[in-house]
Design a protein around this ligand. Structure first.
Ligand code: SF4
Length: 463
């Protein structure tokens, strides 16, 4: 809902924006009247504010919530769908003119003032607002007037949507995946034979037949380490294992991704879920899986300038982070909320079973902090000591109740590393309970209720 602070009154809106604006005014005669009578944007803001306030005052719960006289879950649950829209409009007006660094625009300053944009569009045909903006306003005012109702789909509808795609338990999909596995394994065998790839754990004894090699690789398939050791790290191999089925445009994007330094890490098992022969029943059935590993042009364009939305990349020791929390260091703890903090161990858990194109930690891949250099990700010597300091942070915080161990991927850590972390967390949580017994009522700290492991391995590497 923001726009860059250029001289907005000069930037004409497009024909499409005009058409959406006309629809907005047609559906909301009061809004049109306010806009046409306002001599400047301030009058427009006041007019819309009074109109919306009049409506919201009819519902005391919503009005009190808006004025922050009530808060919390119970008060929130009394709000209607229309109230949400009213509060959103009032919030825009209360914050009109505030400027923000727009992370989508690489830090350019953006000003929030939607009502001004509508007024400029109505009065001068300017303001530069894009069609999406008017579409958003159209929906917002439909919600406000009650035309657009909240539509929570029933369970049957959700199941109907899900049934459009075959599941991995469908025998036809299982067969396709087996074909994929066979193709991938035969290519790997041929590459090992030619000496193009080699591994100290997975190799063939001399003199065994092709069939024996194939049977051996079928055994390897059930070993997670095989998939990590033979993960694809280049577009060419990716395409080869996919039977050269990627189209030239996609390959161009992948080459650009490689040139820009975006890591590739797709393990053979995950690759076997992508269809190269697509019978009618399987059309689109692998898209949700495929989009995780086939990078888009937009990602390639942004890579190098990706910033963390919650500004986790801008943590400085001794200064509060974007959410206002002090953290012991820049990398190992992330915190947005009072009750939860994320723990990122300095272990193999900084890697993942694959790199997701949609990863919100892409900024950290960009900086090389998370990577797939598996040999270098073994816990450092100083990790045990560091873990103690990090857990002191959890122990000495009065509000934390939940630790989310992630990475990377928490389950990439070895069992030994993970066991050590969990044991220490358990002891820290128990210490906290003990310490609380000595604290007077009113000064006791929150206890830990949950330890969560963030992992995508059941999908990437169920082995
Ligand atoms: S598994 Fe999680 S941390 Fe790893 S790449 Fe995917 S989204 Fe990112």
């Amino acid at each position: 809902m923001s726009t860059i602070t250029h001289e907005l009154d000069r930037i004409a809106i497009t024909v499409k924006s005009h058409m959406l604006l006309r629809q907005l005014l047609k559906e909301n005669p009061t809004l049109e009247e306010i806009m046409r009578n306002a001599r400047n944007e301030t009058e427009a803001l006041i007019g819309v504010r009074n109109w919306v306030l009049d409506k919201i005052k009819k519902n005391e719960d919503a009005h009190n919530f808006y004025k922050r006289e009530t808060h919390g879950r119970v008060a929130f649950e009394k709000l209607t769908w229309k109230d949400f829209a009213a509060i959103r409009i009032l919030d825009y007006i209360d914050n009109a003119g505030r400027e923000f660094e727009d992370q989508n625009l690489r830090g350019e300053i953006a000003k929030s003032n939607p009502i001004q944009l509508i007024w400029l569009a109505v009065t001068h045909g300017t303001g530069g607002a894009k069609p999406y903006f008017f579409k958003d306003m159209l929906m917002l005012f439909r919600q406000f007037t009650g035309v657009y109702k909240r539509n929570i789909p029933p369970q049957e509808k959700v199941e109907e949507w899900m049934d459009r795609w075959c599941s991995g338990l469908d025998p036809r999909i299982i067969k396709l995946r087996e074909e994929n596995r066979e193709r991938i394994l035969k290519i790997i065998i041929s590459k090992i034979d030619k000496g193009e790839i080699s591994d100290t754990k997975f190799y063939f004894s001399t003199g065994i037949s092709q069939e024996q090699k194939y049977l051996k690789t079928l055994d390897w398939w059930d070993d997670r380490l095989f998939h990590l050791h033979f993960a694809v790290r280049s577009p060419d191999l990716l395409n080869e294992l996919l039977d050269n089925s990627l189209d030239p445009d996609t390959m161009k994007i992948l080459y650009k991704a490689e040139a820009k330094g975006i890591p590739f890490f797709v393990n053979p098992y995950y690759l076997s879920l992508l269809h190269v022969r697509v019978p009618y029943f399987a059309i689109g059935a692998d898209l949700a899986i495929r989009h995780y590993v086939i990078y888009s042009q937009q990602l390639v364009d942004e890579y190098g300038n990706i910033v963390a939305w919650e500004k986790e990349d801008k943590v400085k020791p001794g200064e509060p982070n974007a959410a206002g929390w002090y953290l012991p260091n820049e990398h190992n703890i992330h915190r947005r909320y009072p009750e939860v903090a994320i723990l990122i161990p300095d272990t193999m858990g900084r890697a993942c079973g694959g790199l997701c194109a949609s990863c919100q930690r892409m900024y950290d891949f960009q900086r090389g902090n998370l990577n797939f250099n598996l040999d270098k990700l073994k816990p450092r010597k100083t990790w045990d000591e560091k873990l103690e300091t990090l857990l002191d942070y959890f122990e000495n915080d009065s509000q934390l109740r939940d630790i989310l161990i992630t990475g990377g991927d928490a389950l990439m850590s070895s069992d030994k590393s993970l066991e050590k972390i969990l044991d220490k967390i358990y002891r820290m949580a128990a210490n906290k309970v003990e310490a609380n017994k000595k604290k007077p009522i009113g000064e006791k700290y929150a206890h830990f209720l949950r330890i969560r492991l963030g992992s995508r391995l059941p999908v990437y590497l169920p082995q």
